[in-house]
Design a protein around this ligand. Structure first.
Ligand code: ZN
Ligand code: ZN
Length: 232
């Protein structure tokens, strides 16, 4: 509530201004028309894994051969400039403004594509040690913005990270999966039937798929992923 109130006062004092070039923003976003068009939109994507793919098919070959635990991935952007800068901004500087813009873009894409809205948003949990070092979880900040835009509840406590996994980006695919085994704990609570996992960047998908598999084992019926960008 307080956050909404501060946002409203900010909007009056500071009209939307593009975070990328400084010109006036449009549609209430801190993003101008030119920079919005220039963002690395992924175009046609696989519904299951969110990877860009040619043609009109709904699901890519690898997902057809081996359907992943995630039912639907909404990942509007490729992890390229200038979007990577916004995501890094969310981690290091200008944090709230970058998280607000990215969360608003994700929420608007979800609305435009008419994806099914979940019972709960779950930001990918961070291990408590890492959270203490950094002081915040950027996936949680994104989820908070999406929740406000789409009137959805955020349940960050649905899953905990129980093992301090090695930085995923330093490992190859098989090592990542091994690194993530038993990385999450659900704490025995009753899960909402449809959960959307929120993350900033999806790389191989191993983290979100491991978390999705864990939620499905725990009784969730459907798990989707909404993330800003897909890195390859
Ligand atoms: Zn701009
Ligand atoms: Zn796919």
């Amino acid at each position: 509530m307080l956050y909404d109130c501060i946002k409203n006062i900010q909007a009056l004092l500071y009209p939307p201004r593009c975070l990328l070039c400084g010109q006036a923003g449009e549609h209430g976003l801190d993003l101008c028309r030119g920079c919005r068009i220039d963002l690395p939109w992924q175009g046609h994507r696989c519904e299951r894994c969110g990877a860009a793919m040619p043609g009109q098919g709904r699901v890519c070959g690898p997902c057809l051969r081996k359907p992943p635990p995630v039912s639907r991935s909404l990942i509007p952007f490729a992890y390229r400039a200038p979007l990577d800068g916004l995501i890094l901004g969310m981690k290091f500087s200008d944090r709230l403004a970058a998280a607000a813009l990215l969360g608003q873009l994700l929420a608007r894409t979800a609305r435009q594509e008419g994806v099914a809205l979940p019972d709960a948003l779950l930001p990918v949990p961070m291990h408590p040690h890492r959270l203490r070092e950094r002081g915040y979880n950027q996936a949680h900040e994104l989820a908070r913005v999406i929740a406000r835009e789409l009137q959805l509840p955020v349940f960050p406590e649905l899953a905990r990270r129980v093992r301090h996994t090695t930085m995923q980006s330093r490992l190859d695919g098989r090592a990542r999966r091994h690194n993530l085994r038993d990385a999450f704990d659900l704490g025995g609570q009753t899960l909402p039937s449809h959960v959307v996992i929120v993350d900033d960047v999806v790389t191989t998908g191993s983290t979100v798929n491991e978390l999705a598999a864990c939620l499905l084992r725990g009784g969730a019926e459907r798990v989707d992923v909404w993330a800003c960008a897909r890195a390859r």
